[in-house]
Design a protein around this ligand. Structure first.
Ligand SMILES: [Zn+2]
Length: 130
């Protein structure tokens, strides 16, 4: 097994222990070999490929790349941070997931920037739906 594949396997073992599989999604590194080069994906994003190695060169050298394991960890963390920020961003958005009126259990219909109940007077204030 190549050194890179070995690193991917090691990190995937760690990711598997993260318990994220308790949710509906589980993230792991995907190593794919193709005739035009190999690549590594995380959460659907290509984070490394053998043809365009994105790793930085070590200081004062032009042939020694940064450590592969460190690079992959950095990219995983970057994507995890993006996901966390995305989660924070949508937390503020009010929504009525089942389209059910909280007053009478009638059906909410989207109407412009508000939700209106089709059985009672309930409708969400304009500012609540963005
Ligand atoms: Zn209602």
């Amino acid at each position: 097994m190549s050194e890179v594949k070995q690193i991917v396997k090691e990190l995937n073992d760690k990711l598997f222990m993260s318990d994220s599989h308790e949710y509906d999604y589980f993230c792991y590194l995907e190593y794919t070999e193709t005739p035009i080069g190999d690549f590594i994906k995380y959460y659907g994003q290509v984070i490394w490929d053998s043809e365009n190695d994105y790793r930085e060169y070590a200081e004062d050298t032009d042939d020694q790349r940064e450590d592969m394991k460190g690079y992959l960890i950095k990219e995983i963390s970057k994507i995890a941070n993006v996901l966390q920020k995305s989660s924070d961003a949508v937390k503020e958005v009010k929504y009525y997931p089942l389209g059910v009126c909280p007053e009478c259990q009638g059906t909410l219909k989207e109407s412009g920037y508000t939700w209106q109940c089709d059985s009672c007077e309930f409708n969400t204030p304009e500012g609540d739906v963005e």
